[in-house]
Design a protein. Structure first.
Length: 318
């Protein structure tokens, strides 16, 4: 008896019976794209109108800003490298002077001089959203059955202390103006030169130039005050050292005189040692005395490390 096998039984499992035809990519149908655009013209036109209106509103309501720049030349002293290249000490000094130019002391001086607390461009009298929500939450958590606590009596601020009184959200008005002014000032170094630029932006071109020059002037004044304060501390320390050395010179000379009058000057080594101590102490006393005189002169007549290279002018364009 013979068995007949089906031809399909010899086909290994996993192979397809029919050849596989990869799916062909459909070509881009421009007609359907145009039909989609024509059918969706209203939403597209609406979005374009919304964004166009927002851009036009921003352009019409936002006032133009003007920028004015002043330049300062810094005295770097002996910080430049031997080959004339910029050294690490020079870079550190430049970065330090840039930070001083936009420090709180300089900003506060400019704010006081030009009364920026009353300037609408810098004074921020709007109510904070976070502060308003916090006040509403505090009102909602108050127990109506409890009697209201009387507010403590607040004394009127003295003259010149209005900027120190806390404003909205516990922030002083001067701090708000200082934060706004810091966003409108830009200080940078010009290349690898000892020149820094101070740029101020404002909606008023005259105000931009005025504030830029004010920053330069107050930076120089602050630099002079810092050097005068440092020189005053050095002068006080040198005065103490000079007083102590003066007593040491007196004691050394008295020791030499006492040894000579002791009746035993034959010990020439001891005498030479005493005279050497007296001479060294006398020379050190003269050095400290001269340095103290120079430091006192720096206290009374300090020189700034910066000079105005170019004053800010009123900008013509935005």
């Amino acid at each position: 008896m013979t068995s007949h096998r089906s031809p399909l039984a010899t086909i290994p499992v996993g192979y397809p019976l029919t050849p596989h035809h990869p799916e062909r990519e459909r070509p881009l149908d421009l007609r359907r794209i145009f039909e989609f655009l024509i059918g969706s013209w209203l939403p597209i036109l609406g979005m374009a109108a919304v964004f166009g209106g927002a851009a036009a509103t921003y352009a019409l309501t936002t006032p133009p800003t003007y920028s004015s720049t002043t330049q300062l030349m810094l005295n770097l002293g002996q910080t430049r490298g031997p080959d004339g290249a910029s050294s690490i000490a020079e870079q550190a000094m430049m970065e330090g002077q840039i930070e001083v130019a936009q420090s709180n002391n300089v900003l506060a001086a400019v704010i006081r001089q030009h009364n920026l607390l009353e300037d609408p461009e810098f004074a921020d009298n709007s109510v904070s959203i976070v502060g308003g929500l916090r006040d509403l939450l505090a009102m909602a958590t108050v127990d109506p059955t409890q009697p209201a606590t009387p507010a403590p009596a607040v004394e009127a601020p003295a003259v010149g202390e209005e900027d120190a009184a806390p404003g909205l959200g516990g922030v002083r008005p001067q701090d708000r103006v200082m934060a706004r002014l810091r966003k409108q000032i830009w200080v940078r170094r010009v290349g690898q030169s000892p020149v820094i630029e101070i740029a101020v932006t404002s909606v008023d071109p005259v105000k931009a130039a005025t504030l830029a020059n004010a920053f330069a002037a107050n930076f120089i004044a602050h630099n002079i005050a810092m050097k005068s304060s440092a020189a005053r501390l050095s002068a006080n320390w040198l005065a103490e050292q000079v007083k102590a050395l003066q007593q040491k010179v007196f004691d050394a000379e008295r020791a030499v005189g006492a040894f000579r009058s002791s009746g035993a000057p034959t010990d020439q080594y001891k005498l030479a040692e005493l005279e050497a101590v007296a001479d060294t102490t006398r020379d050190l006393y003269k050095t400290y005395l001269q340095r103290a005189a120079e430091t006192r002169q720096q206290v009374s007549n300090p020189l700034s490390d910066a000079t105005v290279l170019s004053e800010a002018t009123v900008p013509i364009g935005k």
